[in-house]
Design a protein around this ligand. Structure first.
Ligand code: AMP
Ligand code: ZN
Length: 464
């Protein structure tokens, strides 16, 4: 196993990585709330999760990674206000929350596949783990951290003396920052809900010691990480927006329950901006991968675009920037894949190529410095020898960019029979005959082909 340095949000330092039980590395990543399409900003965070997991694997570790699917409990604000996001989407679309969750989860998984994001070993749905959440809340109440009000069970942050250590804000700041309490029964405005009591017609509710209700969002991650990874694990990831509330609350819950540190290393991906600002529906700048495909960009060009900025830096999305990334990506892929039929290098050049490989690997082992690694990869590609192809094919385990495969492979190598099946599926899809379309997708899948649907067409890919 190789030595890695990773940045820990908790200590604000890069640290030598030392797992609890090598070669296994346990990781937990906050997953999507499946009430809507994931946008490219959300997906940047999962590309970051993937960079980490691929790097760990390349370094010789075995990952045991969990990603949750939030299908209940995430309210409109990250605090305890507003309607449940799932319930709200269900109402608007006149569907059951399960249908909403299933639809957007399947689109999300399709997006992950298109972006070559490897699936974590364990995918945990919140609604499958309600019993564990109730048990968790019960223990917190027994230990004096949880208290009951008319509308739920709350965590008393004043009982957890280290509250605020991740975002480095103390309890006084948290109290001052919390909005004037709507719920006057809370002991402190910044106390957060562990469990909410459901109004009679609330769309999702479960039996609990406190009557019918549903879990708070933060308890999901504490309960599921405990269930699948135990009372201590190596790395927890998420986007930077989670630092001040969601992850602070997870630490409070988990450490209050276990009475010791639970997560060794906290890692956070910075935000993606669009045209220098926040993505928002009202500005019309919330893009999905389907939107990019419809505009003619390949998902892997977007992946390259993400890798080219360090995960701890903000990434400003513009179509000019994506154009640049797509051009660079295609050129690099063209250069590397052409090396398959190139001559072997002389001893001197071969040595230089191997030195470049070492530089690439050293960059990713230094807190996932993929922008530097890509720079070194460009330098390596310019040697244009067979070794470049072999090394790039091996390194693709980290990059996930198919750099060694010729771009034309996607369309030219596809037999007529497969193309005909894909056409039939497209026609069924256009006619909204989802059953036939899904059956044909499965058939194609079994034959080794993936169909990527865009707004007005589709793309057929050979599965790797
Ligand atoms: P959500 O589905 O809202 O729970 O978010 C899923 C993930 O996307 C979380 O880890 C967020 O931190 C992350 N996220 C949300 N917005 C952005 C953004 N603009 N850029 C990067 N990550 C984001
Ligand atoms: Zn979480």
């Amino acid at each position: 196993m190789e030595n890695l340095k990773l940045y820990n949000t908790l200590t604000r330092k890069k640290e030598w990585f030392s797992p609890l039980d090598p070669p296994i590395v346990t990781t937990y990543s906050c997953g999507p709330t499946v009430y809507n399409y994931a946008h490219i900003g959300n997906l940047r965070t999962y590309v970051f999760m993937d960079e980490l997991r691929r790097t760990l694997k390349y370094a010789g570790y075995t990952t045991r990674s969990v990603m949750n699917i939030t299908d209940v409990g995430h309210l409109m604000s990250d605090g305890d206000d507003g309607e449940d996001k799932m319930a709200s989407a269900a109402k608007k679309q006149n569907k059951k929350p399960e249908e909403i969750a299933e639809f957007y989860s399947s689109v999300f998984f399709k997006d992950l596949e298109r972006l070559h994001i490897l699936l974590p070993e364990i995918i945990a749905k919140a609604t499958d783990n309600i019993t564990e959440m109730i048990d968790f809340v019960k223990v917190l109440c027994d230990k004096g951290y949880g208290y009951e009000t008319d509308d739920g069970i709350y965590f008393d942050i004043s009982k957890f003396s280290e509250y605020g250590k991740l975002s480095r804000c103390n309890i006084e700041d948290a109290l001052a920052g919390a909005r004037v309490a709507v719920n006057t029964q809370k002991r402190h405005p910044a106390d957060f809900a562990l469990w909410k009591k459901a109004e009679k017609n609330h769309i999702m509710q479960w039996q609990s010691p406190w009557g019918m209700g549903y879990p708070g969002w933060h308890i999901e991650c504490s309960a599921m990480s405990k269930k699948f990874l135990g009372d201590r694990f190596d790395i927890h990831t998420g986007g930077v927006d989670h630092i001040p509330i969601h992850h602070e609350n997870e630490i409070a819950q988990s450490e209050a329950l276990e009475e010791h540190k639970v997560v060794n290393l906290w890692m956070h991906g910075e935000f993606m901006l669009v045209d220098g600002g926040k993505m928002s529906k009202s500005l019309g700048n919330v893009y999905t991968i389907d939107d990019l495909i419809a505009k003619g960009y390949s998902p892997l060009a977007f992946r390259y675009f993400c890798l080219n900025t360090h995960y701890r830096n903000k990434l400003n999305f513009t179509f000019d920037g994506l154009d640049g990334a797509a051009t660079a990506y295609n050129r690099l892929r063209g250069m590397i894949s052409a090396c398959k039929s190139a001559q072997k290098a002389d001893a001197d050049t071969a040595q230089k190529v191997h030195a470049q490989k070492a530089a690439i690997v050293a960059a990713v082992y230094d807190d996932l410095n993929f922008p530097l690694a890509l720079g070194e990869l460009w330098t390596m590609a310019k040697y244009a020898c067979r070794e470049v192809y072999d090394i790039a094919a091996d390194l693709d385990r980290i990059f996930g960019l198919d750099l060694h495969l010729p771009i034309e492979q996607a369309s030219t190598d596809i037999p007529a029979k497969i193309k005909a099946l894909a056409e039939k599926r497209f026609a069924a899809r256009k006619a909204k005959d989802w059953a036939t379309s899904d059956a044909l997708r499965s058939e194609l899948d079994a034959l080794g082909y993936t169909v990527l649907d865009g707004k007005d067409g589709y793309e057929l890919r050979i599965k790797n």
